[in-house]
Write a protein of this length. Sequence first.
Length: 363
Amino acid sequence: MFQDAVQRFARVREMDAASMFRKDLLSEMFELGLMGIEIPEGYGGQGGSFFQAVLAVEALAAVDPSAAVIVDVQNTIANNVIIRWGTDDQKRRYLPKLASDTVASFALSEAGSGSDAFALATRASKLGGEYLITGRKLWITNAAEAGLFLVFANANPEAGHRGITCFLVERGFPGFQVGKKEDKLGIRASSTCELILDDCRVPAGNVLGEVGKGYKIAIETLNEGRIAIGAQMTGLAQGALDHAIGYAKQRQQFGKPIAEFQGVQFELAQMATEVEAARLLVYNAARLRDSGRPYVTEAAMAKYFASQVAEDTASRAVEIFGGVGFTKDYPVEKLYRDAKIGRIYEGTTNIQKLTIAKQILAQ
């Protein structure tokens, strides 16, 4: 029932063309509770589980991966970080807003720190009861819509990555602005922007966790976020498969539906098997996380495999549609474009392989 409710949102094509997520749809997502799934009920959230957030991301991605990543970043990254690391005061100030009307964004990446996430150039210096943050962030998801940003800056460069600190930065803080919005290949309705901080003034009370603990916050959060990206890619693949099955049953060639041809059946069978395998990897990683057991290896496997399956399944779906699949009149073209990012953000495919290898070799 939960997944069926989520899949009502299908205003996809116009948002992709406009590279803009509709404000009324965003409001509906808040009203449905999709933006505060794990936030405790006392703060206005749903009091749900990480697994529920994963289900929401998967279900949305089958319709529009752009909507899925907005829900993903809000729940499994931003809300999750504040619930785990925030002070009581920070939770009181921000969690009710994040559950009701405020989009959040996670600002770690920079021009010189992508896979090398901790080569941060953004600096934070303390001045009285506040910090001054200066630097630029790139490729920041949800930035155009967000009212709250989790910004990572180095407050003690001499300490290397142990100086990295996470700050809660409100959109209206002096010295902060959202810059250029990227014109992307896929997930176009999901905003990706640069952030510009020029002596941005942030109260000391908005340090999240402890000074110098930002690297730990980022690592733990990204490990969990990878499970949700796996869910996004699994949902995307399921959407592509569903479209391919529907079209194969309707498209007539040589006097019968192409679904009756063994060559098409073999393609669909392989697609279905791989999608189910990706789903089980994602669900297992989410189950381990919710039960408090180690999940780093499983999260990396889920993200790596699901992103590979999404790209391959969407490609095969385009081929089953044939010539019309290559046009924007049918949804598989968009899903094919959307799939590519899965092998890049929240840790590239090669980073996932490195993580998996490190974990299994340490056993």
